[in-house]
Design a protein around this ligand. Structure first.
Ligand SMILES: Cc1cc2nc3c(=O)[nH]c(=O)nc-3n(C[C@H](O)[C@H](O)[C@H](O)COP(=O)(O)O)c2cc1C
Length: 271
C-alpha cells in the first residue's frame, strides 16, 4: 500500500476505534488508490472523524512516499485529508503568522529537519545547523527578542521596526522555533553557503506543508541577531528563525509576478 496523503489538521487525538468505521475507511482508501492524483478524500472527510497515524514501524519507499498508514476513527476531532503533489506544496504553502495552541510532535519536527538536510549545498558542505526550541526555551528566546525590539524601537522609533513585532508575535505563538545557522568558516564560501542554508529552509517549508504544518521564515531576527546568538551561545552565523506549528489561519496567496515579468530568453549573444 503506498498512498500520498496530507493530513490537514493536527493528527494528535486517539479515541475509541469503531471497528466497522475502520474497515470502511480502509476500503475507501484501497478503492482510491487507482484514482488519479486529483482525487481527494472528500468522502472520508465528510463521513467520519478520523485520525491519521503513521505506522511507527513503517519505512520510506524509494520515492520517499508514506508506506503503511493506520487509520483510527475518532469521535473528537475532524481531520481532513488530501493527496499532495509537489506543485500543491509549492503553490499551496503560505507564510503562517497565527498558530493553534497545540504541540507538534518531535517526530514531525525531525521529518522537517531531515528534509532540510537533503537540500543541495555548496561543495556539499551542508553548512546548515538547527537549534530547535520549544517550551520554556522558546518562551525565553521570544521574550529576549521582544525586549531587544522594545529597546531598539525606543532608540530608533517604531516606524523603523518594520514587521519585527509581528514576527515576534508569531514566534511567541508557534509551538516550535528552529534557529537556522550558517556554520561556514571559509570567507570564500560565504555567499554560497548562505544559499545552501536557504535551500534547506525551503525544503523544510515544503515538508512542513506536506505534513499540514504551518511555517514562517523570520529574518526579522536580524534586529537582534547578536543578542540571540549570544543567548544560545553558538559560534555560527544566524540566518533565520523558522516558526512551525498547526496553522490557525489560511491566508490567500500573495500576488506573484508572472514568469514573463521576471524571465528573459536569449537566443543570440547580447552585444
Ligand atoms: C528570506 C525571507 C525572510 C523573511 N522574513 C520574514 C519575517 O521576518 N517576518 C515575516 O513575517 N515574514 C517573513 N518572510 C515571509 C515573507 O513575507 C513571505 O514569504 C512573502 O510575503 C510571500 O508570502 P508567502 O510566503 O505566503 O507566499 C520572509 C521570507 C523570506 C524568504
Amino acid at each position: 500500500m503506498c498512498l500520498r496523503v496530507r493530513c490537514l489538521s493536527a493528527p494528535s487525538v486517539e479515541a475509541p476505534t469503531s471497528e466497522k468505521n475502520l474497515v470502511d475507511l480502509k476500503e475507501q482508501q484501497w478503492a482510491l488508490q487507482g484514482c488519479s492524483l486529483t482525487c481527494t478524500f472528500a468522502r472520508t472527510a465528510a463521513s467520519a472523524n478520523c485520525t491519521l497515524r503513521r505506522n511507527p514501524t513503517s519505512t520510506w519507499d524509494t520515492r520517499g512516499q508514506y508506506q503503511p498508514l493506520s487509520l483510527k476513527v475518532s469521535k473528537r476531532r475532524p481531520v481532513r485529508w488530501a493527496l499532495i503533489e509537489l506543485d500543491d506544496a509549492i503553490k499551496g504553502r503560505r507564510s503562517i503568522r497565527s498558530y493553534k495552541d497545540e504541540p507538534v510532535s518531535i517526530e514531525l519536527v525531525l521529518e522537517v529537519l531531515e528534509a532540510g538536510t537533503w537540500a543541495p549545498s555548496a561543495k556539499n558542505g551542508q553548512q546548515w545547523r538547527f537549534t530547535v526550541l520549544t517550551g520554556d526555551a522558546k518562551t525565553r528566546l521570544a521574550g529576549l527578542f521582544r525586549s531587544e525590539l522594545q529597546a531598539l524601537s525606543a532608540k530608533i522609533g517604531m516606524e523603523r521596526m518594520g514587521s519585527s513585532f509581528g514576527s515576534c508575535k508569531a514566534m511567541e505563538e508557534a509551538p516550535v522555533l528552529v534557529m537556522v545557522w550558517n556554520a561556514n568558516k571559509l570567507r570564500t564560501l560565504e555567499e554560497s553557503s548562505l544559499q545552501s542554508v536557504a535551500a534547506a529552509i525551503q525544503n523544510m517549508f515544503l515538508k512542513a506543508y506536506s505534513l499540514g504544518l504551518g511555517s514562517l521564515w523570520i529574518c526579522d531576527v536580524y534586529y537582534a541577531s547578536d543578542a540571540l546568538t549570544k543567548h544560545l551561545g553558538k559560534p555560527w552565523t544566524l540566518v533565520a528563525a523558522v516558526a512551525l506549528g498547526w496553522p490557525a489561519q489560511s491566508p490567500e496567496p500573495r500576488l506573484r509576478k508572472s514568469v514573463e515579468e521576471v524571465s528573459e530568453f536569449l537566443e543570440q549573444c547580447a552585444r
